[in-house]
Design a protein around this ligand. Structure first.
Ligand code: FES
Length: 235
């Protein structure tokens, strides 16, 4: 142990240390030296700018003044409002044109209604006209036919309807000439009940257009119609 201590002491005694060569003043000197170089560079750059031949325009009149922000905002609001008004006017014109095109023209309206001179149909006769692409039967019924139509008990009918429910004026029976079975056109003054007969599958209608026999499920349909003086207006 003693020899180990002696060896350690000897090594400490033989170790040499180098003196620190740099002092605080040396560092300060170096720092001052670098600072002087930067100032020189900046000074040179300033001289270069100072000697530049580029002329810069005067933009001072375009610079925003204190109230310019508010003025430009008001202008923007005015432009947005004006654009909205113009757009609304354009939309209104477009919608008006669209509706004008969608509305029925005079010739279409004329086709939608049919006008018949009642005086041209003798009593006891049928007339068939075309209305909206379909046949319409108009029958000028006799007193005997009216009485016959009213004698039928609705209990025996497949599609129970009084004759009075099917006419506005008992003299005039107005019906669509389309069989309610599969759409054939029945023949007038034919069949077992003195009314109409559909030859397609054998349906018989009476003098009120009610189904009495055969496969048709319903009475002949009554269209919208009115009387105007001595005219019948269908549709
Ligand atoms: S279509 Fe008239 S009876 Fe069939």
């Amino acid at each position: 142990m003693a020899s180990l201590a002696r060896t350690f002491a000897s090594s400490l005694a033989n170790r040499s240390y180098r003196a620190v060569p740099a002092s605080a003043s040396a560092f300060k000197f170096a720092s001052v030296g670098f600072s002087n170089n930067d100032d020189q560079k900046q000074s040179n750059a300033g001289q270069m700018r100072h000697h530049s031949t580029t002329s810069v325009p005067d933009f001072s009149k375009y610079k925003k003044t204190k109230n310019s922000g508010e003025a430009s905002r008001n202008f923007a609001y005015m432009m947005i409002g004006s654009t909205g008004l113009v757009s609304a006017a354009g939309a209104q014109a477009t919608v008006s044109d669209f509706l004008a095109n969608m509305s029925a023209s005079a010739d279409v309206l004329a086709l939608a209604k049919a006008e018949v001179e009642l005086a041209s149909i003798p009593e006891g006769k049928n007339v068939t006209i075309k209305w909206r692409g379909k046949p319409v039967f108009i029958r000028h019924r006799t007193e005997a036919e009216i009485a016959e139509a009213n004698q039928v008990s609705i209990n025996e009918l497949r599609d129970p309807q009084q004759d009075a429910e099917r006419v506005k004026d008992p003299k005039w029976l107005v019906m669509l000439g389309v069989c309610t079975h599969l759409g054939c056109v029945p023949i007038g003054e034919a069949g077992d009940f003195g009314g109409w007969y559909c030859p397609c599958h054998g349906s018989h209608y009476d003098i009120s257009g009610r189904i009495r026999k055969g496969p048709a499920p319903l009475n002949l349909e009554i269209p919208e119609y009115n009387f105007q003086e001595d005219k019948l207006i269908i549709g």
